[in-house]
Structures are given as structure tokens and as C-alpha cells.
Ligand binder design. Structure first.
Ligand SMILES: NC(=O)c1ccc[n+]([C@@H]2O[C@H](COP(=O)([O-])OP(=O)(O)OC[C@H]3O[C@@H](n4cnc5c(N)ncnc54)[C@H](O)[C@@H]3O)[C@@H](O)[C@H]2O)c1
Length: 434
């Protein structure tokens, strides 16, 4: 099939490349010329394991191409996927749909023959209806359907190839059949193909993310209780998660949830519910609790280091919101590092995905190229992101300051081993943390 992905970010680039890899002809379009030029010269603008190789393979086989010319891309495709960002509007909890609507207006101008328009971006209930209104001048040319994306950064290729479910929301049978054909290579490997109304599909995406955010927040709050009661939160996760009705995933205590989806989608869901005068009090509490968590963890840093942070050397291991991605959106580090620097701390950080523009202008914040340079003078090391290369650091060898402390926000290390090595170690929701 001939496909066009509008928006070549984490979702558009990964799914476009994977669609090409299962035999489709795909054009990835982006308004950002820099991205398109990089892609044409064989460089992925994002860090995602395995993606570079897959792009090269499909680009060379001419199944995958890149363009900033939306006109040509639209007219040579039968199915158009909208994969642009849907961030939170500044200063509110509402979803900023301006990229989506702008995109639809461009499509309206350029389309000459019948297309299926697929919303892959995460959009609030009713957005498909709004889009139909925009397209009403050429109504007969478009079928607007919802096909929310569930891939996780860091595991995106695997998630595309083996999704738990493929959700298609439409009110037209023909569109279902076309989408079923497109996804048939994944369905034949066992992925569930689930059809519902367009509004239903839009809500499934928000509901899923809000539920996962709730699980994380729940275990984070329990971790606080565990710290006060001398209980190991990991035993609670295991004991609860072994119940099939609950499941163990997303029950690991750690920092506040972050990333490009959970923070904005929990807010987006609440704002939709507000519009319909429905009080989603549970999701509202989750948002508040997650916000408070960053403050709580910063307070703990104060406690670990003593009241003043002036000239304290703090080294971060990892700053992205999770491993195997370069995505910084809503990472806990974005709140923590500026705060610590403001209080006079000298902050180093190392992240395997490289230096971050977000910290370039912050006084007293320095990127280091490797674990050793990052940590050797530290008073406090904060493990924020559990990249594989952090799993087996010999801290006693790496850090010169013999009085250093280690704050493990992902419970990556074994407290017993830390005790044996006489490392002053703090983690999340485990008895040794205070
Ligand atoms: N990142 C994830 O893990 C993930 C997972 C599932 C769903 N989603 C959803 O998918 C959507 C996209 O997310 P993302 O992380 O890929 O965003 P992103 O910011 O990485 O990419 C969006 C891209 O769209 C481009 N763009 C914006 N307007 C355009 C236009 N008019 N024409 C052409 N290109 C345009 C931007 O330049 C950018 O490259 C969001 O709604 C998000 O909630 C994201």
C-alpha cells in the first residue's frame, strides 16, 4: 500500500519505517528540514535502538523515502497518517491541537483523490469529528479514522512489530477492511485487531495512559509508606503483581513518571472530562501526586546532603525519562537539575544518549562524556535513569571522594552489596534508605 506519515518524530518515523519494512511504500514528511536532510543522509534524528539500520535498509530498497513536500507526498499515497505532536497548551491542561488542525488544512488544500486519513497522534475524544468539519468542503474524498499508537520509546520497533492490540476506530466498514489488510502481517503473528467507534478509539488511548500513570503513582506513594514502616516496596510490588488481575508491570517505585505521553495525556483526559462536566477526581489526584513527588525527592536530596547544597558536587547518571531514548520531555531531571544548581550545587551529568540542549544555559551544570569523569569528584551520585551501562559500575574505583553517597532512584543496585562495599546508599521504598 502507499502510505504517507505526516510528522517524522518518534511515532511517525518508527511506524513509517516499520510499515515500509513489511512491504509498503512509505513517504515520511516533516516540516523540519533539518530532520529530513539528516534522514536523507542516513542519520536518524532520534535515538531508538535498531532504528538506524532499519531506516537504511528500507531507504536503500526504495520502500522508504523522506520529504518536506507535503503536496507530492499526499498525492502519491492512499492512506495518510497524522503523527504530529499534541502537547499540553502552555499554562493550561488542555491539549494543543494546532499542529493537527494545521496539518488537516494543508491536506485539504492538496488532496485531489480519495484518501483514508488516519489519526495516529493522541487526540481528545471528538477530534476526529472536528477534523471532519475542517474537511467538509471535500467530504467525499476523506474517511477519517482513529488508530492510536501504543509504542514505547526505547522498545518502539518491537512494540510496532508485536503490539498487544491494534485499535481502529471508524464508523465505516471499508476503512476497517483496508486497515485490517495493512496490519495483516502483524495480525497473523498474533496481535489483536480491535475495532470500535472513532470516539471509542480516541478514549482508549487516554484511558490506557492514565491507568498506567495511576499504577506508577500508586506504587510511588506506597514506597513512601514503606520507607516509614521498614518494609521493602519491591516485596509489595511482587506480592501484588503476582496476582494476574493486577499484573506486575508499571509497579516499580521510582521517580515521578515523565516522558512525552503520561504527563500530557493524564492532563488531556482531565480536560476532556471537564468539558463534559465529569469529575475525574482519581486522575486529578494522580497528576498532583506526581507533581509533588519531584518536590519530595528534592527534599530527600537536601536531607541526604545536609541542609545547604552550596558547592556540593552532585553527579547524575542518566537524565532522560527512561533508558534507550534521547527524549527529555517531562523528565524529572528537568525540574531537579535547575533547582539544585539554583541552590548552589555543582551538577555534572552523563547520559549515554548525549548532551542535552535543555541544560546548556544552566550555570554550574556540566555534561561529562563518560561515567568516570562524571562521578570521580562527586559528593552525591544520583542514579536517575537505569541505562544498562550503569548496572555494573564499581563505585569504589570510580569515585575518589571516599565519603560520597549514592541515591538510587530506580532501585538498580543491591542494598546488601552496597552495605558490604561500605557505600552510603539510599534507594526508593527499601528499608536501608534512611
Ligand atoms: N513518543 C511516544 O512514545 C508516543 C507513543 C504513542 C503515541 N504518541 C503520540 O504520537 C504523537 C506524536 O508524538 P511524537 O513523540 O512522535 O512527536 P514528535 O514531537 O517527536 O514528532 C512530531 C513531528 O511532527 C512534525 N510536524 C508538526 N507539524 C507538522 C506539519 N504541519 N507538517 C509536517 N510535520 C509536522 C514536527 O516537526 C515533529 O518532527 C503525539 O500525539 C503523541 O502523544 C507518542
Amino acid at each position: 500500500m502507499k502510505l504517507c506519515m505526516i510528522g517524522t518524530g518518534y511515532v511517525g518515523l518508527v511506524s513509517g519505517t516499520c510499515f515500509a519494512d513489511i512491504g509498503n511504500q512509505v513517504i515520511c514528511v516533516d516540516k523540519n528540514l533539518d530532520k529530513i536532510n539528516k534522514l536523507k543522509s542516513g542519520i536518524s534524528p532520534i535515538y531508538e535502538p535498531g532504528l538506524n539500520e532499519l531506516i537504511k535498509k528500507n531507504y536503500l530498497s526504495k520502500r522508504l523515502s523522506f520529504s518536506s513536500d507535503i503536496n507530492q507526498a499526499i498525492n502519491s499515497s492512499d492512506i495518510i497518517f497524522i503523527c504530529v505532536g499534541t502537547p499540553t497548551k502552555k499554562g493550561s491542561i488542555n491539549v494543543d491541537l494546532s499542529y493537527v488542525f494545521k496539518c488537516c488544512k494543508e491536506i485539504l488544500k492538496k488532496t485531489k483523490k480519495k484518501k483514508i486519513l488516519v489519526m495516529k497522534s493522541t487526540v481528545p475524544v471528538g477530534t476526529g469529528d472536528e477534523i471532519e468539519k475542517i474537511l467538509k468542503k471535500k467530504k467525499k474524498l476523506f474517511t477519517v479514522i482513529s488508530n492510536p499508537e501504543f509504542l514505547r520509546e526505547g522498545e518502539a520497533i518491537r512494540d510496532f512489530r508485536y503490539p498487544d492490540r491494534i485499535v481502529i476506530g471508524s464508523n465505516e466498514k471499508r476503512a476497517f477492511n483496508t486497515m485490517k489488510k495493512l496490519y495483516s502481517p502483524l495480525i497473523s503473528k498474533g496481535s489483536k485487531f480491535f475495532t470500535t467507534s472513532r470516539r471509542g478509539a480516541e478514549l482508549i488511548k487516554y484511558a490506557s495512559n492514565a491507568f498506567l500513570a495511576t499504577k506508577i503513582t500508586f506504587i510511588n506513594e506506597l514506597a513512601n509508606l514503606c520507607e516509614k514502616t521498614g518494609i521493602n516496596v519491591e516485596h509489595i510490588s511482587l506480592g501484588m503483581g503476582s496476582d494476574n488481575r493486577i499484573g506486575g508491570r508499571f509497579l516499580r517505585a521510582g521517580p515521578a513518571y515523565g516522558g512525552s505521553c503520561f504527563p500530557k495525556d493524564t492532563k488531556g483526559l482531565v480536560s476532556t472530562a471537564d468539558k463534559y462536566k465529569i469529575n475525574l477526581s482519581l486522575v486529578k489526584s494522580v497528576i498532583k501526586s506526581n507533581f509533588d513527588r519531584v518536590n519530595l525527592l528534592t527534599y530527600r536530596i537536601h536531607k541526604i546532603l545536609g541542609s545547604s547544597l552550596k558547592n556540593k558536587k552532585i553527579s547524575f547518571l542518566g537524565v532522560t525519562f527512561k533508558p534507550n531514548t534521547d527524549d527529555m520531555r517531562d523528565s524529572t531531571s528537568l525540574q531537579m537539575i535547575p533547582y539544585l544548581c539554583k541552590k548552589g550545587a555543582l551538577v555534572n551529568y552523563y547520559d549515554p544518549s548525549g548532551e542535552k540542549r535543555e541544560f546548556k544555559k544552566i550555570k554550574n551544570c556540566f555534561f561529562k562524556n563518560n561515567i568516570n569523569d562524571n562521578c570521580n569528584n562527586a559528593d552525591l551520585i544520583i542514579l536517575l535513569t537505569e541505562w544498562d551501562e550503569f548496572k555494573s559500575i564499581d563505585f569504589k574505583k570510580v569515585v575518589k571522594n571516599k565519603n560520597f553517597k549514592l541515591y538510587d532512584l530506580r532501585n538498580l543496585y543491591n542494598p546488601e552489596e552496597m552495605r558490604r562495599n561500605k557505600i552510603r546508599y539510599f534507594s526508593v521504598g527499601r528499608p536501608n534508605t534512611n
